[in-house]
Design a protein around this ligand. Structure first.
Ligand code: DX5
Ligand code: ZN
Length: 219
């Protein structure tokens, strides 16, 4: 069964505590928290102090998506803020294997994220240390962008690569995941849906209703 993970950068910034409480109550599976440094991507979003504060309002997994240069320099900061899972970009570090191993050694789930143009061959030799792979289905940095069509082929190729090697790795999709794109990404092997403006955070739709609509749609 696919997991639903609200992307909190799309939530009401003036009402984050209530949004987290409501989403938790509505039955989401994890919270996707985007961190940006203005260098790896041309934007800034949520930081460790906010994450630490939000940690008080839910037991559900915090999936920290580090869209930052040299993520290895910031692991401690986010582990101490309450992360349960951390994904780092293959494109953002010279030491991907060591960074992923460090996350795992600290007892968290380790994820590797790849931008649309990045090949799955670039992460082939870390498949034994990752718990999940975040396939960026938009170019990272902003919500509300358009799904990159070739990403369905990438998902199918990645699913094949994982199965052929007998790994147990979750495939997370991140960007423009909504009613038009979900059927194909599920068919091609995704099982963790990062849900933002295309599915959960819509004007005039309550979070409770958005979650139950989405749950019914994917089941
Ligand atoms: C983009 C972020 C996504 C984004 C998803 O860089 O990683 O999590 O917030 O937002 P939508 O669903 O609107 O594309
Ligand atoms: Zn993200």
């Amino acid at each position: 069964m696919a997991l639903i993970g609200p992307s909190l950068m799309c939530a009401d910034m003036g009402n984050l505590q209530d949004s987290v409480l409501t989403l938790d109550q509505a039955g989401v599976d994890f919270f996707h928290i985007d961190v940006m440094d203005g260098k790896f991507v041309p934007n800034f979003t949520l930081g460790p102090d906010l994450i630490k504060r939000l940690r008080e309002f839910t037991e559900k997994s915090f999936d920290i998506h580090l869209m930052v240069e040299k993520p290895e320099d910031f692991l401690n900061l986010f582990i101490e803020s309450g992360a349960d899972m951390i994904s780092v970009h293959a494109e953002a570090t010279n030491h991907l294997q060591r960074t992923l191993q460090t996350i795992k050694d600290r007892g968290l789930k380790a994820g590797v994220a790849i931008n649309p143009a990045t090949s799955i061959q670039d992460i082939e030799y870390v498949l034994d240390v990752v718990d999940y792979i975040t396939v960026m289905t938009v170019n990272p940095g902003f919500a509300g962008q358009k799904f990159v069509p070739l990403m369905n082929k990438k998902l199918a190729d990645l699913t094949y690569l994982i199965n052929e090697n007998g790994y147990k790795i979750d495939i997370q999709v991140d960007g423009n995941i909504g009613y038009e794109t979900i059927p194909d990404v599920l068919k091609n092997g995704a099982n963790m849906l990062v849900c933002g403006t295309s599915s959960l955070f819509k004007p005039n739709l309550s979070l409770e209703l958005a979650v139950s609509k989405l749950r019914n749609f994917i089941e």
